[in-house]
Design a protein around this ligand. Sequence first.
Ligand code: COA
Length: 416
Amino acid sequence: MSKALDGIRILDFTHVQSGPTCTQLLAWLGADVIKVERPGVGDATRKQLVDVEGADSLYFTMLNHNKRSLTLNSKSETGKRVLERLVKKCDVLVENFAPGALDRMGFGWERIQELNPRMIMASIKGFGPGPYENCKVYENVAQCVGGAASTTGFRDDVPIVTGAQIGDSGTGLNLALGITAALLQREKTGRGQRVLAAMQDGVLNLCRVKLRDQQRLQHGPLKEYSQFGEGIEFGDATPRAANDSGGGQPGRILKCKGWESDPNAYTYFITQVAVWQKICGVIGKPEWKEHPDYATPPARLTRLNEIFGAIEAWTMTKTKFEVMDICNPLDIPVGPILSMKEIAEEPSLRETGTIVEVEHPQRGSYLTVGCPIKLSDTEVEVTRSPLLGEHTEEILAEVLEYSVDEIAEIKESGAV
Ligand code: COA
């Protein structure tokens, strides 16, 4: 079966998490991704959070499947010549170096265009143009400057960062979309272009409902926030809303049977307007169905603690899965809080390729996330990440078409 990005060759200058998630996605969709790494060193994540001595870390392997690894010192004279040839042979250059690193290497946008006018040059930076454009940025910094941390957590506690890597993996997704759009545009114009995805922008984009609420605050309190029902005044910025749902339908995380010993024995529960009567029936409060204090959404807003208290008294008598089994047929929106252990063991996620077991020569088999986007005409087969420099000779010979003697010379120079 052919793949969506067959024939597209990516010069992958990415490292750590954000950039590698982008190029891994492109590789899953069929692109030939050549990861360029410093000889003897490689991507720093290879040796971060090591769990199996002598093996590439899971941090690295889980971000670099389906790629080939070429070691190259792109600051040496020979290395620069090899890189020039690589630029001419590739469709896209992807990088997430600190601002200015590529210019310092001698491969800024002008030079890239001279070498290959069809080249798409795609970058992730912490910030877009502006006062902070030269800053180095990591995941949690992005969550803080993108509005996520100030709006996550409990109102009377410190800002919280989320475990979902929205700054890194989220921005990698944006970049992948930008690259595929630029490839499509190149079909018409014949020209490459620059693609920039800033982590601050990516996080803010995911926090749009909080920017929505910031503006709604000017017209009165945010009535769907629990804080309103509790009679606590709003300040001048969108507050942290704990587990309140982001939409107009009140929702909370509630305890389920076993919560005393199991940190994940909880369910999310949404009191959706359309199913209010069914909720009353399920939790044993039939009198609330028509009672004027409970029957309408505005009436309920000041009684959410009481209402969720009653719902929780019911959910605590059931496991989180029983809650799901009872509520789903009634269209009551609920969701069990699944632990990573439960997710890792969930057979249906293995069947869809969302979780994949991969064999690795240094570490045996391990689990990883598969491609989250399913295309009916592109079957994704997740293959292990490359060892450092595993494909150097192969790429020099096949892609860059160097002769045996030239390869020997390049190796001699220490550039690879
Ligand atoms: N050959 C020779 N030199 C190489 C090389 C190679 N193959 N690959 C990288 N280098 C050099 C770079 O040119 C750079 O040199 P310079 O500082 O002299 O210009 C150096 O290695 C280090 O690159 P840098 O990007 O500064 O790495 P860092 O470890 O100091 O910073 C980040 C890491 C992630 C903070 C930074 O890259 C960054 O802010 N990136 C953009 C935002 C981002 O993606 N953050 C999320 C990461 S998950």
